[in-house]
Design a protein around this ligand. Structure first.
Ligand SMILES: [Zn+2]
Length: 513
């Protein structure tokens, strides 16, 4: 029904709440329409017809909604649009360019055909050497060659591309304070973690440069354990690999029915953050996790503490979704917490009713985390925003964060995002994923060999012009609560926090805007 929508409805739809946008052209619908040429035709038609009626250039395409249709030069929309004669073409995109250089090529090719040659030429001249240079095991020579090609590509593309990040908006928004919070594992978590590494031996099954199914599942298991031992309790009951005899170390009388935040460092810190926010502010909170099981746990916690909450469910109709978002965003409504899964995206979701956002687990893909943050720190937000990115100290979660930083550095060159997790891992790096560093307050900080900190205290502030977009080494480093600006986090420190990196988006410019 949605596929055969008339053009007028499409136009109207665009004006509706942007929370409804993502479902409109979701990849799953793409799949549904595949192999069904009739419906695909009508799927494209509402988009194509009004455009073909235009007689005068320039041709402008909002790639924000239709971007993924233009990223592949083989699809019908692309060809339909490309066939139109136009002297000038403008492509506007608000979404990061994802995944691969060929997509990047398609977009550039659309507005400025020939500038990068044909797809085959592009592949040979740019894509292959750049990817080769980025490979984790690339030789110095390959790396250098790749970088040169990247520079060459940028200089060509800059003739037709203007890239603006959200930074330019920041001075029109309230200040955002981003905090990366390292939380100690509880004794139960750390015992389970060590036993798992010893019994399941994930390191021994590693293969060069590839993440096998079994190591992927080990990664998931460890990430879940970092969230809360409840998430792996069933595995313990089954005596699954890595958890033989593990039931014995759970507290006597433990049951999945209760929430027991004190069994997880991060959950305990979250419990404090929520309690402090509730009792000392009128702020609302967005809670994000990669795992539905973790969201279930959040729900238990909320019920136990009598917090009113809503949870975004992937199966919700667009209408229902818009309704709960609107309800949540109205300050007078009592819902205190909005839960969403980082996978179910919430791309386009506007949650400015909240000004605090907790990301309970890190994602491999920095763009996903960025997107989650953009739910609250966006146009219309009036309060200072606080972002809490929780990590378990010394665990795989810190490695994921380090990986993110690495990806981010690469992505700000040309592509806004990088390839899959599997790529660019050397065997050494894979091995390191499975090391538990129990002695540290922050494995990430240790790696910086930071010279601004002496005996665990920051003695030199980050450079004046540093902000959230910079590397964590250029953020404020706190190994005790005195250095924090956020009172809520300060009051939560003793729960299990071992280290905090924090930074602000910009200086407060009240009255200037
Ligand atoms: Zn430091």
């Amino acid at each position: 029904q949605r596929r055969s929508r008339a053009p007028s409805q499409v136009a109207k739809r665009k004006q509706a709440d942007d929370s409804s946008e993502e479902e409109e052209w979701s990849p799953s619908q793409d799949k549904q329409t595949k192999g069904d040429s009739n419906s695909r035709e009508s799927y494209v038609a509402p988009f194509r017809k009004p455009l073909t009626q235009l007689t005068n250039p320039p041709l402008c395409v909002d790639s924000n909604q239709h971007g993924h249709r233009l990223k592949n030069s083989d699809n019908q929309t692309y060809q339909a649009l490309n066939a139109m004669s136009s002297q000038r073409r403008v492509l506007i995109s608000g979404t990061p360019i994802q995944n691969d250089l060929l997509e990047y090529f398609s977009l550039v090719h659309f507005v400025s055909a020939g500038i990068l040659g044909t797809a085959q030429e592009f592949k040979k001249r740019f894509e292959l050497p750049i990817l080769k240079g980025r490979d984790a095991d690339a030789s110095d020579k390959d790396r250098q060659a790749g970088e040169e090609k990247l520079k060459e590509l940028i200089s060509v593309v800059n003739r037709c591309l203007i890239r603006r990040t959200s930074d330019i908006l920041s001075k029109y928004l309230p200040v955002k304070i981003e905090q990366v919070v390292c939380c100690r594992l509880t004794p139960l978590q750390s015992e389970l973690y060590k036993r798992f590494l010893m019994q399941a031996k994930p390191v021994e099954t590693l293969q060069e440069g590839k993440i096998s199914v079994s190591s992927l599942s080990s990664i998931t298991t460890l990430k879940k354990l970092c969230n809360h031992p409840a998430l792996i309790y069933e595995k313990c009951m089954e005596g699954a690999e890595g958890f033989e005899g593990a039931l014995d170390i759970f507290p006597a009388g433990y049951s999945l029915k209760s929430v027991e935040p004190q069994l997880s460092g991060k959950m305990l810190v979250l419990d404090y953050i929520l309690a402090m926010t509730r009792s000392t502010t009128s702020d609302k909170v967005v809670l994000v996790s990669n795992y539905t099981q973790t969201l279930d746990l959040f729900e238990k916690l909320c019920r136990c503490r009598s917090y009113l909450y809503v949870r975004l469910d992937g199966t919700m109709s667009i209408k229902k979704r818009a309704k709960i978002v609107e309800r949540f965003n109205t300050p007078s409504n009592p819902e205190f917490i909005f839960m969403l899964s980082s996978k179910a995206g919430g791309c386009g979701l506007n949650l400015i009713g909240a000004n605090r956002l907790v990301m309970f687990d890190p994602d491999w893909n920095p763009a996903n985390d960025e997107q989650a943050m953009a739910r609250v720190w966006r146009d219309g937000q009036l309060k200072t925003c606080y972002i809490y990115r929780l990590l378990s100290t010394g665990t795989i979660e810190e490695k994921i964060l380090q990986r993110q930083a690495h990806k981010k550095a690469l992505s700000s060159c040309v592509v806004d995002e990088e390839q899959d997790v599997e790529r660019h891992f050397s065997l050494g790096e894979l091995r390191e994923l499975f090391l538990l560093n129990e002695e540290t307050t922050s494995d990430t900080h240790d790696k910086f060999k930071c010279r601004r900190c002496v005996n665990g205290r920051q003695v030199r502030a980050p450079p004046e012009d540093s902000d959230c977009t910079g590397d964590l080494s250029q953020w404020h480093h706190c190994s005790d609560k005195r250095g924090l600006r956020d009172r809520v986090l300060q009051a939560s420190w003793d729960a299990a926090v071992s280290f905090v990196f924090h930074q602000r988006s910009h200086d407060d410019q009240k009255g200037l805007v």
